[in-house]
Design a binder for this molecule. Structure first.
Ligand SMILES: CC/C=C\C/C=C\C/C=C\C/C=C\C/C=C\C/C=C\C=C\C(=O)SCCNC(=O)CCNC(=O)[C@H](O)C(C)(C)COP(=O)(O)OP(=O)(O)OC[C@H]1O[C@@H](n2cnc3c(N)ncnc32)[C@H](O)[C@@H]1OP(=O)(O)O
Ligand SMILES: Cc1cc2nc3c(=O)[nH]c(=O)nc-3n(C[C@H](O)[C@H](O)[C@H](O)COP(=O)(O)OP(=O)(O)OC[C@H]3O[C@@H](n4cnc5c(N)ncnc54)[C@H](O)[C@@H]3O)c2cc1C
Length: 609
């Protein structure tokens, strides 16, 4: 499809999804999944995942009563317009202004510079009628920083941009189909006026006289929409990883290459230890991210309930966990999808394998909702603050509770003596706790050598990111262990998931061996025992590998992959797909007479001359 056809087809699918959601008795989760799977990157996702939650989280009761009925019936279509051409990560650096005019009781929205143009918001370019706009609030000449405003962008009768608004799509993005179904847009304001009551005023407000009343709650609640989406992105990572692993595992069981003894059948590539060493940790990660995503959803729900009771105690933890786990899981999943493509050899590079499209659609997850490095630095900031409070009498809680055992964890030596010890949850957990704590404390100690803490933080950014990742990996391992010890029913299933839990943990030890050795969390002998155990676990998982991906229960339609077909009928279907390609409409290609024939016949022409 051309970009316009793809975009229009996505509109069709999105509207169809909305129709089904209204007709079928679906739960909220089912509606979300339907929107997500039918819509893929489309305006529907952002209307519901960002525009509506922003109003819910930052609007007053009156504003919610006015705007949510319209949004819930999709009588208005909204987007979340925060990022600008010149600023995305640095939210406090946004330049769009909203200046209060007491004469007219209005805000004047303006884009003072080219870099202040809104740039990237999904659904902004062509579809949305409204937006939550983040702009610098200015009253009586004073800049009060970034606040949210609900703004109508288009005429509701003919969809034309309102006067004072310049709006459009930012152009083609990475990959073929991929995110090009989404109209990520640009928007400039030219002294565009909105009524004062369109500033989202749950957190802070401006009175009729133009007096700014600051928030009596943490200003960071303005970031709440991003926190909620980051939480969902972790579960999305599990889905995306599971799709890629399902394709690669099924194909690895179908594909045979080398290894035939005296003319016998060749070896399934899934039986090669290198294939297992690359594939099974990704299979384990798909399950690990699902379980940590379930826990994160609980954490987010819990903090939301606490916030409603003005209990802000766990807000920093919720921010750190959503930021860090979004960062870690999306980076691992992006790398994992690419690895699955490579695990499928040449056929993995075919569009019909489903992997190129999945990769192209998925990888912006490392950037949207927060650049992954920037988010890990938020985790690092949280860890440094926690380490600085050790010994203050305030015991660390939640995911940093292990830091409360710093005295032990800083000097303990792992008691791993044999390979089987690496199947002991307490020993595995303590190894990850020791590594994470020692990396955090090492950063804190190095930071303390700087007079200027901000300068020290800047100097140590790379180390701080690694310490943050170590903390996040500990969270994922611990939640996998908790899941196993708690909710999993059925001995057979539990045994298989135990194998995956330890494959996940031990592959991380192998991958980050430098951390574990340099912090003396394990010895090289213990590392060798971990590798030995890992190989043994691969052997145990191998007979159930296909069953473990069948368990995701993805339809062939959803997988969109000839290589990942449930029936394994790959080769005939590859040919079927190939013959559908327009290039095969004729046996002699278009261009033969203009280019090929003159080229191959030029010797005849020169012979005649
Ligand atoms: C099946 C799947 C297959 C394929 C996928 C298919 C299709 C995809 C479809 C769906 C996928 C799922 C979801 C898609 C959804 C989204 C994608 C589309 C849209 C994307 C939207 C966006 O990108 S919206 C814009 C996002 N932008 C950001 O995230 C900006 C990042 N920057 C920041 O967050 C902040 O600027 C900062 C945190 C980096 C800095 O904050 P700042 O205030 O400037 O300063 P600091 O001094 O650092 O912080 C001050 C204190 O505030 C605390 N803080 C910061 N942020 C928060 C927060 N969010 N909550 C709570 N507290 C916060 C910070 O810790 C500091 O606290 P101290 O106590 O230390 O002072
Ligand atoms: C597909 C897609 C959809 C999007 N949808 C939306 C949307 O709907 N609404 C919306 O508002 N936005 C949206 N965005 C924008 C997105 O939120 C931003 O791109 C994202 O927050 C990253 O910010 P940035 O582009 O400014 O990156 P930058 O921060 O400029 O990152 C560039 C590089 O600088 C590094 N860097 C930046 N700051 C620091 C630092 N302090 N320390 C160390 N390194 C640093 C980063 O790690 C990165 O390597 C979307 C983006 C994409 C790709």
């Amino acid at each position: 499809m051309t970009r316009k056809e793809l975009f229009k087809n996505t509109l069709r699918k999105s509207v169809h999804a909305w129709k089904l959601i209204n007709e079928l008795p679906l739960s909220d989760d089912e509606s979300l999944m339907l929107r997500h799977f039918m819509d893929q990157p489309g305006f529907l996702d952002l209307h519901w995942r960002m525009f509506v939650p922003a109003i819910k989280g930052q609007g007053t009761e009156e504003q919610k009563q006015k705007w949510l009925p319209l949004a819930n019936k999709m009588q208005i279509i909204g987007c979340y317009a925060q990022t600008e051409l010149g600023h995305g990560s640095n939210v406090q650096g946004l330049e769009t202004t909203a200046t209060f005019d007491p004469q007219t009781d209005q805000f004047i929205l303006h884009s003072p510079t080219q870099t202040s143009s809104k740039w990237w918001p999904g659904g902004l370019g062509k579809v949305s009628t409204h937006a939550v706009i983040y702009a610098r609030l200015i009253t009586d000449g004073k800049d009060h920083g970034v606040h949210g405003f609900i703004v109508q962008l288009r005429n509701m009768d003919d969809h034309s941009p309102l006067p004072g608004i310049t709006i459009g799509d930012i152009g083609v993005k990475f990959g073929n189909g991929a995110y090009n179904s989404m109209d990520n847009g640009f928007l400039m304001f030219d002294k565009f006026c909105i009524p004062r009551d369109q500033m989202l005023m749950r957190l802070s407000k401006v009175t009729r006289e133009g007096k700014y009343v600051p928030s009596d709650v943490p200003r960071q609640l303005m970031y709440g929409t991003m926190v909620s989406v980051r939480q969902t992105i972790v579960s999305n990572a599990s889905i995306a990883m599971a799709r890629a692993v399902c394709i690669a595992t099924r194909y690895s069981a179908v594909r045979r290459q080398f290894g035939s003894q005296n003319g016998g059948i060749e070896t399934q590539v899934i039986d090669y230890k290198t294939q297992q060493n690359r594939l099974f940790p990704l299979l384990a990660s798909a399950y690990a991210f699902r379980f940590v995503g379930e826990w994160l959803k609980w954490l987010y729900t819990d903090v939301t309930q606490r916030l409603e009771a003005s209990d802000f105690a766990t807000l920093p933890e919720a921010h750190a966990c959503t930021a860090g786990l979004k960062s870690m899981t999306t980076s691992a999943t992006s790398d994992g999808i690419e690895e699955c493509r490579k695990l499928c050899g040449g056929h993995g590079y075919l569009w019909c394998s489903g992997l190129p499209e999945l990769f192209a659609v998925y990888v912006p997850a490392c950037t949207y909702e927060g650049d992954n490095v920037v988010l890990q630095l938020q985790v690092a900031r949280f860890l440094m603050k926690t380490v600085s409070q050790l010994g203050s009498g305030k015991a660390p809680a939640g995911t940093t509770a292990y830091m409360g055992r710093a005295k032990h964890l800083l000097q303990c030596r792992s008691s791993i003596r044999k390979a089987e010890d690496w199947l002991n949850p307490a020993m595995v957990l303590e190894t990850f706790e020791a590594r994470a704590l020692r990396m955090a404390v090492s950063c804190a100690n190095n930071l303390s050598k700087f007079e200027n803490q901000e300068q020290g933080f800047s100097e140590l950014l790379a180390d701080l990111v690694e310490a943050a990742i170590a903390h996040c990996q500990l969270i994922v391992v611990s939640k996998f262990i908790v899941k196993l010890e708690g909710e999993i029913k059925g001995k057979g299933v539990k045994n298989q998931l135990k194998n995956l839990c330890y494959i996940y943990a031990l592959h991380l030890i192998h991958k980050h061996l430098g951390d574990f050795l340099s912090t003396n969390s394990i010895t090289s002998e213990q590392a060798s025992l971990a590798n030995h155990q890992l190989r043994s676990l691969y052997t145990q998982v191998r007979p159930n590998a296909v069953a473990l991906v069948d368990a995701f229960d993805y339809t062939d339609h959803y997988l969109g992959s000839v290589l990942g077909r449930y029936d394994g009928n790959v080769y005939p279907k590859l040919f079927e797909e190939a013959l559908k390609d327009p290039l095969n409409d004729t046996v002699v290609p278009d261009g033969y007479h203009e280019y090929i024939r003159p080229l191959i016949k030029q010797h005849l022409r020169s012979a005649r001359l």
